[in-house]
Design a protein around this ligand. Structure first.
Ligand SMILES: *Cc1c(COP(=O)(O)O)cnc(C)c1O
Length: 429
């Protein structure tokens, strides 16, 4: 299938998944195998030398995972993709070819809390340093660059505060600084935003969320635009220098615009090992078939719920980038013209106690720590995901005592609103 002429919904259903050549099976088979028989000793040697493309062992490559990789690369407008066991695994995998001890990344302060934890507490154990900046002023990235900077990291639409990044402005600074821009596109999905169109180099996903879509499967992905010259400035020796693990092979010279993706499989997955289970890849492929339909409904429902909450007497504020009153509405119109996603926060009058009573009072919503499910979800960050932090840190992270985070599902919107209505009434009675 040539990808160029088809629309997003068509590609969501077909990209990467032609009928199975061996059996004619129309649905993608689950290749539940760890290993693949070699044709002969020469074939095996060529595979191990990366002289021929094929399957060796499912820690590196698997045909079901490869179908998901092809679909995600297509939907994001990228060149190649590597799937991983979770979004967090994908982030480590994404940075791994770029980093070494002493290397730095510059990251937005408005990233998902789990990503900030990973960067602040775990990356230093690898000798990596994350410099955290306020991404609302793109110039902050320029100020934070040093000779050790290897990447910028932002979220297109940030989890959870409805923050939209000015991708194009930050991409221009990355380009001028000679470093790739990594964009976590989990909350937007390629249906709402394609960061590569605005200059992003690498896209990371937690496919756990909207891509799988029904809260069944952990997974992550790294998509490479194929547009970054890894030999530029001698900054990326793993990609454009001799690789000791493959007899001095230079990935950039040998694989061109597939260098990054080949490295991610042949070195990243091989040595770090966070491969995705083929069953999860299969469920995620199934989920992506309805991505466009679901995102349309997610966004329409979220907009109506945000409007309802904005007028509710028990609600102090609503942070939804789709509302005209929102600080990020202009950026949302530019980067997310089909809708501002379905995850946002709001504040209840009465603070912590009322927040806790709302999560205890909902009946249709599920009180849990996930997002991007077909089902509507709610959490009170101060008493759960952010309870380890100090009061000050919580407020800085957008998780103050009054904050509730919603992930609006695809149910009948009147039912979603009615559930919040009764929970707010009970909580403030
Ligand atoms: C959930 C999430 C992650 C982490 O993904 P996991 O699949 O939970 O490991 C990273 N970034 C964002 C924006 C997320 O929402």
């Amino acid at each position: 299938m040539s990808d160029k002429t088809f629309g997003f919904e068509t590609l969501s259903v077909h990209a990467g998944a032609a009928p199975d050549p061996a059996t004619g099976a129309r649905a993608l088979p689950i290749y539940q195998t760890t290993a693949y028989v070699f044709e002969d000793a020469d074939h095996a040697a060529a595979l191990f030398n990366l002289q021929t493309v094929g399957f060796i062992y499912s820690r590196l490559t698997n045909p079901t995972n490869a179908a998901l990789e092809a679909r995600l690369a297509t939907l994001e407008g990228g060149r190649g993709c590597t799937v991983a066991s979770s979004g967090h695994a994908a982030q480590v995998l994404a940075l791994f070819p770029l980093m070494s001890p002493g290397a730095e990344i510059v990251a937005s302060s408005r990233l998902y809390g789990g990503s900030l934890q990973q960067m602040k507490n775990t990356y230093p154990k690898f000798g990596w340093k994350a410099v955290i900046v306020d991404a609302d002023q793109p110039e902050n990235f320029k100020r934070a660059v040093t000779e050790n900077t290897k990447a910028f990291f932002i979220e297109s639409l940030a989890n959870p505060g409805g923050v939209v990044s000015d991708i194009e402005a930050i991409a221009r600074i990355a380009e001028a600084s000679g470093v790739p821009l990594l964009v976590d596109n989990t909350l937007a999905t390629p249906y709402l935003c394609k960061p590569i169109d605005y200059g992003a180099t690498l896209i990371v996903h937690s496919t756990t969320k909207f891509l799988s879509g029904t809260g069944t499967s952990m997974g992550g992905a790294v998509v490479d635009s194929g547009k970054f010259d890894w030999s530029r400035g001698g900054k990326f020796p793993s990609l454009a220098g001799p690789e000791p693990a493959y007899h001095g092979l230079n990935f950039h010279e040998t694989f061109g615009d597939m260098a990054y993706t080949f490295h991610s499989h042949a070195v990243g997955l091989r040595d770090l090992g966070p491969s995705q289970a083929p069953f999860n890849a299969w469920l995620t492929m199934l989920g992506i078939e309805t991505l466009g339909l679901r995102m349309e409904r997610h966004c329409a429902n979220a907009a109506k719920v945000a409007q309802y909450l904005e007028k509710h007497p028990a609600v102090a504020w609503v942070n939804y980038a789709g509302l005209p009153s929102n600080k990020y509405n202009k950026l949302a119109k530019k980067y997310l013209p089909r809708g501002a996603g379905s995850i946002f926060t709001f504040g209840v009058k009465g603070g912590y106690d009322v927040g806790v009573r709302v999560v205890d009072g909902v009946e249709l919503f599920s009180h849990l720590a996930n997002i991007g499910d077909a089902k509507s979800l709610i959490i009170h960050p101060a008493s759960t995901t952010h309870r380890q932090l100090s009061d000050e840190q919580r407020v800085a992270a957008g998780a103050g005592p009054d904050v509730l985070r919603l992930s609006i599902g695809i149910e009948t919107v009147e039912d979603i609103i009615a559930d919040l209505d009764q929970a707010l009434a009970k909580a403030t009675a």
